[in-house]
Design a protein around this ligand. Structure first.
Ligand SMILES: *Cc1c(COP(=O)(O)O)cnc(C)c1O
Length: 362
């Protein structure tokens, strides 16, 4: 059997080992039914139970109130980039967006197809290494919603807490890379979306938590599959949902609950990240990319003295069983993605390896 190594991939990303073991067994036989999870009809009792478990876990863990729907969609976070403005933004309306890097810009580009986008703040001057402070956000007068990206996977920045939108504007959040990595107050949000493949499960399922009155208000002259109400009315079962992805997501959420829930996980994630940032701040060869106060607990981005050393570092780290450390091509350098399931031992292994590398390259 091959040994598992430390996987710093930004997504799809590391999953909890007990979940992988349970999924292995469930592929063969789901809950003693004699049928594997991928082979069950989505209309049968066995999958119905899985779906109910997934929804209940999202509600319990996230403290999702009854006035929000929990939906399991397809198409990734990138589909939400257009589904959101398509539902609520029309040509005479304005939606506000915080421009905090690549993913935010992709969301902005899609919104511009449907209406006016007001960029309420931008991290451009800092090379997206810093997030705007509260006084650096200028909302428009009456936006139909206000959108932000809670964790910027590519640059390694994370909002310490959500921005406060102008009165009456629902807050919309792309939480793809930090959903359920720390406590969240869902009541403050109109819509939260996340592709599952970073913190929740495999690729192919997208979690959407959306206020019911917004679902009601969404445009009605769209294709059936592009309206939130279709999925809200049918508990994500209008057509065949991504059954295996929902199963794994339910198991990941059960694992999070076993770890003590979001508060416990948030503390653990903060501790893991602090270890790495401390090492970077002490180093003379490496430096953290993101500014203090904006640093992500999920994606730790860093640079070395030269690009040649960065390439050598990534190569040697990979050979040493530390995989996936190359930064996104647009940001360069290195990125250690240390999501919920990434073990602290792996963070310590990286820190040791960095110290060793630095000794050899003074
Ligand atoms: C990965 C990522 C996306 C893209 O997700 P897909 O599911 O591949 O469409 C969008 N936003 C953020 C913040 C991401 O990290």
């Amino acid at each position: 059997m091959t040994q598992r190594i430390y996987n710093f991939s930004a997504g799809p990303a590391v999953l909890p080992e007990p979940v992988l073991r349970r999924a292995q067994a469930a592929i063969w036989d789901l809950d003693g039914t004699g049928i594997g999870v991928m082979e069950h009809s989505h209309r049968g009792a066995a999958f119905e139970a899985v779906l109910a478990r997934a929804e209940a876990a999202v509600r319990t863990l996230g403290g999702v109130p009854d006035d929000h729907d929990v939906l399991f969609l397809q198409g990734g976070a990138s589909t939400q980039f257009f589904m959101i403005p398509m539902s609520w933004l029309s040509t005479d309306d304005t939606a506000d967006y915080c421009d905090t890097g690549v993913w935010a810009q992709k969301a902005i580009a899609e919104a511009r197809r449907f209406g006016v986008v007001h960029v309420a703040c931008t991290g451009k001057p800092s090379g997206f290494a810093a997030l705007p402070g509260p006084d650096e956000i200028t909302w428009s007068r009456r936006p139909v919603y206000a959108h932000f990206t809670s964790n910027n996977t590519i640059y390694g920045t994370q909002w310490p807490t959500e921005p406060t939108p102008p009165d009456g504007a629902p807050l919309v959040c792309d939480a793809s890379s930090d959903i359920f990595s720390r406590p969240i107050d869902v009541r403050r949000y109109g819509l939260i979306y996340a592709g599952a493949q970073k913190n929740l499960g495999p690729s192919g399922v997208t979690l959407v938590i959306v206020r019911k009155d917004l679902v009601e208000r969404g445009r009605r002259d769209l294709p059936t599959m592009l309206q939130y109400r279709t999925f809200a009315a049918d508990r994500s079962m209008y057509n065949t949902p991504p059954t295996f992805g929902i199963y794994v997501l339910a198991e990941v959420l059960a694992w999070i609950a076993e770890q003590g829930g979001l508060a416990a996980l948030g503390e653990r994630n903060a501790r893991k990240a602090a270890l790495l940032y401390d090492a970077l701040d002490r180093s003379e060869l490496f430096r953290a990319y993101a500014a203090p106060g904006s640093r992500s607990d999920m994606n730790v981005t860093f640079r070395a003295r030269t690009e040649a050393l960065e390439a050598q570092f990534v190569r040697e780290a990979t050979a040493a069983g530390l995989d996936g450390l190359k930064g996104h091509r647009l940001a360069g350098g290195m990125r250690a993605s240390i999501y919920n399931a990434f073990p602290e031992a792996g963070v310590r292994a990286l820190i040791d390896f960095m110290a060793d590398f630095e000794r050899r390259h003074r």
